[in-house]
Write a new protein. Structure first.
Length: 288
């Protein structure tokens, strides 16, 4: 496998299936190749799929699952015969095949599901966001909407950006637009659920909360307002720390609102962002 191909082909296990297949499939198609070392037809299919992964240059991800090492994944997805290809989009298997496909057949299968040019622009805009180039990303999203005024991923990105920047009214307008569209509505709903938290934060004075916490560090209501104030002013790490402190002191405080708010913040910051991964792991250790 060439170095270029390796960018688009990944080995997946039970441990990383959710992040590298399900969550990633919200961005672009992920073709899961269920295989085993003893399977001769699998060895025929594998180079064909890897060649197409290079040819399509990132329009889809090829995720390889060794069923010998990950039998529960095969069981979960009712894989009874291999090779078995299963294509995921928006966290759901939407198409598939069993047995060896020729190169032309496999190419035709992938062409039915690979992103449009606008989808590739969305992927490019997300790369720019992750690199910190928000201005270029927003310009791309607006260009996408000028060509497709109902593109849900562009609405979601602009809504997330507006929310991060503290423009609640603008964020609400973008995110509510998604409710009438297919795709991204679950994420938009989670971001809309964050609005009361941000509104509470804007109504709270950060320094006043800090002084109150010095006097009464066990006051969880004050600590939650402090977390909201920090988040509303884009101090996300500090906000997550305060929410972790609440969970450490009382996991059930206000019907687990600290845990639920952390999950909503992960949607805002990006499910696969470094800060979300860090605090998701810390949250899991604290809870379990």
């Amino acid at each position: 496998m060439s170095e270029t191909t390796a960018r688009f082909v990944i080995d997946v296990t039970q441990a990383n299936f959710r992040a590298d297949v399900l969550q990633r499939s919200r961005e672009l198609p992920v073709l899961v190749d269920f295989w085993a070392p003893w399977c001769a037809p699998c060895r025929q299919l594998s180079p064909i799929l890897e060649k197409l992964a290079e040819e399509f240059k990132g329009a889809f991800i090829l995720a390889k699952v060794n069923t010998e090492e990950n039998p529960y994944l095969a069981l979960d997805y009712q894989v009874r015969s291999i090779p078995h290809g299963m294509l995921f989009r928006n966290e759901q298997p939407i198409d598939g095949f069993v047995g060896v496909l020729g190169e032309a057949q496999a190419r035709a299968f992938l062409q039915r599901h690979c992103p449009t040019e606008l989808d590739r622009w969305v992927a490019l805009a997300r790369e720019k966001e992750q690199a910190g180039d928000d201005e270029s990303a927003q310009e791309l999203y607006r260009k996408i909407l000028s060509l497709d005024s109902r593109h849900p991923a562009a609405f979601l990105a602009l809504g997330r950006s507006a929310l991060r920047a503290g423009r609640q009214d603008q964020a609400k307008a973008y995110l509510q637009e998604i409710s009438s569209l297919t795709g991204e509505s679950d994420t938009a709903s989670r971001l809309l659920d964050l609005l009361p938290f941000f509104e509470e934060g804007l109504a709270s004075d950060e320094s006043t909360c800090r002084e109150a916490l010095r006097a009464t560090p066990e006051a969880l209501d004050v600590r939650y307002r402090h977390a909201a104030s920090l988040a509303a002013h884009q101090k996300y790490r500090e906000a997550l720390e305060e929410l972790m402190t609440i969970i450490a002191k009382d996991k059930r405080y206000r019907d687990e609102i600290a845990r639920k708010t952390m999950l909503l913040l992960f949607s805002l910051l990006g499910e696969r962002s470094a800060i979300s991964d860090e605090y998701r792991q810390r949250l899991a250790r604290t809870l379990y």
